[in-house]
Design a binder for this molecule. Structure first.
Ligand code: DGP
Length: 115
């Protein structure tokens, strides 16, 4: 795990721009730069947690808040026909940014299994 600031921490700190659609004291949500669906949003905690594997036991309320934020965004973005929530974790999980993030994908029929 790198000690350098991640790209998402730089977005949190306002050092690089992002298309932020929601933020509060615990998290922010912004459009993925490489969208895989018409709606592709990332929800990230302000707290620097590298991945789900790095969660502390007392991060439960924060994770609940992130999922409720996903629910609210899905509602606000008109995803009433369904959506997918993905949290890539670690090298084999396809994680490329070492700051925990939840992908919210929608507005197209998503297939299963994923690649
Ligand atoms: P993952 O593979 O789960 O670690 O997904 C990382 C996602 O982050 C990927 O879909 C592309 C997105 N991403 C990477 N860099 C940036 C950036 O600078 N801005 C935005 N908005 N998204 C980024």
């Amino acid at each position: 795990m790198s000690e350098e600031k991640t790209i998402f921490k730089r977005i949190i700190d306002g050092e690089i721009p992002a298309d932020i659609i929601y933020e509060d004291d615990q998290c922010l949500a912004f459009k993925d730069v490489n969208p895989q669906a018409p709606v592709h949003v990332l929800v990230i905690p302000r707290k620097e947690i590298p991945s789900i594997a790095h969660l502390d036991d007392d991060d439960g309320p924060l994770m609940g808040h992130l999922l409720l934020t996903v629910r609210n965004l899905a509602r606000d973005l008109g995803l009433e026909d369904g959506f997918r929530v993905v949290v890539n974790t670690g090298e084999q999980g396809g994680q490329t940014v070492d700051h925990l993030h939840i992908h919210l994908l929608g507005q197209r029929a998503l297939t299963w299994p994923p690649g």
